[in-house]
Design a protein around this ligand. Structure first.
Ligand SMILES: *[C@@H]1O[C@H](CO)[C@@H](O)[C@H](O)[C@H]1NC(C)=O
Ligand SMILES: *[C@@H]1O[C@H](CO)[C@@H](O)[C@H](O)[C@H]1NC(C)=O
Ligand SMILES: *[C@@H]1O[C@H](CO)[C@@H](O)[C@H](O)[C@H]1NC(C)=O
Ligand SMILES: *[C@@H]1O[C@H](CO)[C@@H](O)[C@H](O)[C@H]1NC(C)=O
Length: 426
C-alpha cells in the first residue's frame, strides 16, 4: 500500500512539474575525486542533451569525451541523455539536473538527482558517566556524538570485538545550521556485568569519506563482592591420612579478595601459616577474569583434620562470602548423579512392577469369581451399583478411581459383581 501511494505521489509530482524523465540514480554519495554516471531516458528520439552540475550547464555530445562532464548512453536516437561525471568536486554537492527536448510542445523536460559529495565527520565523542568504576548490575548509559558529516556518519557500538546490538537507541540526526552538514548522536543503555570488567567500550564512526572508521573508547571497570561459583558445602574427596592435603575454592571477586580460614580455633589469614607450619592459607591465586583459587594446604592430614569442618570467609570492600568445607578420605562417590538413561530405566522398571502386581491381583480375584460359578449378568455402564456401598468404607478418599476400574474390569469379564468382596480384596 505504502509503495503504491508513494508511486502515485511521484507520478503526481512528475505530472505537476511537467517532468516525465526517468533519471537514475535518484541519489548518490561520492567522495571528492570519484566519478558518477547519471542517466536520463525518454521514450522518444532526442536531438540534444544538457546536464546541470553544480552551477554549470553542460552540453553533452556523444563522441565528445573531453572534460569532466561528458556524454554517456546509447545515443540520442535511443532517447538516452546521460553524463559521466569525473573528478567530483566539493562544490558539485547538490542537484544534478538533465535537460532534454520535449516530445511535443516547446518546454524542455528535466530530471533531477541528488549528489552528496561526502565530507568526513569530526572525531566521535563518547559521553559517559564520569565515575571511574561501576558495580555489577549497574545500568550504564552513554552517548556517542559524531559531528559535521555529509551525509551523517553511521555509529556502531562495540565491547572489545563484540558488536553491541541490544540497548542501542535510534540514532538522532540533526542538521548543522548554515551548512549542509549533519551531526548524528546515538545512546546506548546496558546492564553492567562482572564479565564486562576491563573490556573496552567503543563507539565507532563509519563514513563514506573515511578510509578507516574512527573510534572513541573507554574502559569499563566493574567491581563486585566475592561470588561463589557452586552452592552448598564443599567436600574434598580422595585425601589420605598422613599425606599432604589441599582444600580449594574458586571465587569471583573484584577487587581481589582477602581470605580468612577458621580451622578449629585457629584463624589464618592468607597468606599465613600456623605457628608450627602445619597449615598454610595461600594467597588467592588469580586464574583470570576475576576468578581466584583460594586454597588451604595441610602438610600432613591427621584424623582430626578429617573430622572437623573448615570455615572460609572471603571478602573485599564490597561484601563477603562464606564457605564450609570438609575433607574425606573416601573417593568421590561415582554415579551419585543419575543420568537420564538411568532415571528412565528406573521409572520403567517401577511401572512394570506395578502393572505386574495389579495384573496378579486381578487375575487372582477373577479366578476366584470364575470358580465360584456365578451366573452372567447384564453390564452396568455407570457402575452405580458397585459404588453405592462405598460410603461405608473408612478409606473413601481417593478410592473412587480404583473402585471404578474394578467395576469395569469385572463387567467386561461378564462376571457378576459381588456386593462388597472385591473392595475388601484390594
Ligand atoms: C534540488 O532538487 C529538489 C527537487 O528535486 C528541489 O526541491 C531543490 O530545491 C533543489 N535544490 C537546489 C539547490 O536547487
Ligand atoms: C541520550 O543521552 C543524553 C545524555 O545522556 C540525553 O540528554 C538524551 O536525551 C538521550 N537521547 C535519547 C534519544 O535518548
Ligand atoms: C580445586 O582445584 C581443582 C583443580 O584446579 C578444581 O578442579 C576444583 O574444581 C577446585 N575445587 C573447587 C571447590 O573449586
Ligand atoms: C587451585 O589450588 C589448588 C590447591 O592449591 C591446586 O591444587 C589447584 O591446581 C589450583 N587450581 C588452579 C586452576 O590453579
Amino acid at each position: 500500500m505504502a509503495a503504491i501511494a508513494a508511486l502515485f505521489g511521484l507520478l503526481v509530482i512528475a505530472f505537476v512539474s511537467g517532468q516525465n524523465v526517468e533519471i537514475t540514480p535518484i541519489k548518490a554519495v561520492r567522495r571528492i575525486g570519484d566519478e558518477l554516471i547519471v542517466l536520463c531516458k525518454v521514450p522518444y528520439q532526442i536531438d540534444s542533451c544538457r546536464m546541470i552540475v553544480g552551477t554549470t550547464s553542460y552540453r553533452l555530445i556523444p563522441g565528445n569525451q573531453e572534460g569532466d562532464v561528458v556524454y554517456s548512453g546509447q545515443g540520442l536516437t535511443t532517447g538516452e541523455c546521460g553524463a559521466h561525471i569525473k573528478n567530483i568536486r566539493e562544490d558539485w554537492n547538490g542537484n544534478v539536473t538533465c535537460v532534454l527536448p520535449p516530445q511535443s510542445s516547446n518546454i524542455e523536460v528535466t530530471g533531477t538527482m541528488r549528489l552528496l559529495v561526502a565530507r568526513a565527520p569530526g572525531d566521535p565523542h563518547l559521553i559517559s558517566p564520569p565515575q571511574p568504576q561501576f558495580k555489577d548490575e549497574d545500568i550504564f548509559s552513554a552517548q556517542c556524538v559524531v559531528p559535521n558529516g555529509r551525509p551523517a556518519a553511521k555509529i556502531l557500538w562495540f565491547l572489545d570485538d563484540e558488536q553491541l546490538l541490544e540497548g542501542v537507541h535510534q540514532p538522532v540526526v540533526t542538521d548543522e545550521p548554515g551548512s549542509d552538514l549533519q551531526t548524528v548522536s546515538q545512546n546506548i543503555t546496558r546492564t553492567i556485568r562482572a564479565d564486562d570488567n576491563n573490556r573496552m567500550l567503543a563507539c565507532r564512526a563509519e563514513h563514506e569519506a573515511l578510509d578507516q572508521p574512527r573510534e572513541a573508547k573507554r574502559q569499563l571497570i566493574v567491581h563486585y563482592p566475592p561470588k561463589r561459583l557452586e552452592s552448598g558445602p564443599i567436600t574434598v574427596f580422595g585425601l589420605k591420612l598422613g599425606a599432604e592435603g589441599k582444600l580449594n575454592v574458586t571465587v569471583r571477586s573484584n577487587p581481589p579478595p582477602t581470605a580468612v580460614w577458621m580451622v578449629g580455633d585457629i584463624r589464618i589469614t592468607a597468606p599465613h601459616s600456623t605457628d608450627n607450619g602445619a597449615i598454610t592459607a595461600l594467597e588467592p591465586l588469580h586464574l583470570g577474569n576475576g576468578h581466584y583459587n583460594v586454597s588451604l594446604h595441610l602438610a600432613r592430614i591427621t584424623k582430626e583434620d578429617v573430622e572437623r569442618t573448615y570455615y572460609l570467609q572471603v571478602f573485599n570492600d564490597l561484601g563477603r562470602e562464606e564457605f564450609t568445607l570438609r575433607m574425606s578420605t573416601m573417593d568421590e562417590p561415582a554415579g551419585v548423579e543419575l543420568d537420564t538413561g538411568a532415571i528412565v530405566g528406573i521409572v520403567v522398571a517401577v511401572l512394570v512392577l506395578l502393572i505386574a502386581v495389579f495384573l496378579g491381583v486381578f487375575a487372582f480375584a477373577t479366578d476366584r469369581w470364575c470358580f465360584a460359578g456365578r451366573s452372567h449378568r447384564i453390564d452396568m455402564p455407570d457402575g452405580a451399583d458397585s459404588e453405592a456401598p462405598l460410603p461405608s468404607h473408612d478409606d473413601i478418599k481417593g478410592s473412587e478411581n480404583p473402585t471404578h476400574d474394578h467395576a469395569e474390569y469385572i463387567t467386561n469379564g461378564n462376571s457378576k459383581l459381588p456386593e462388597k468382596k472385591p473392595d475388601t480384596a484390594v
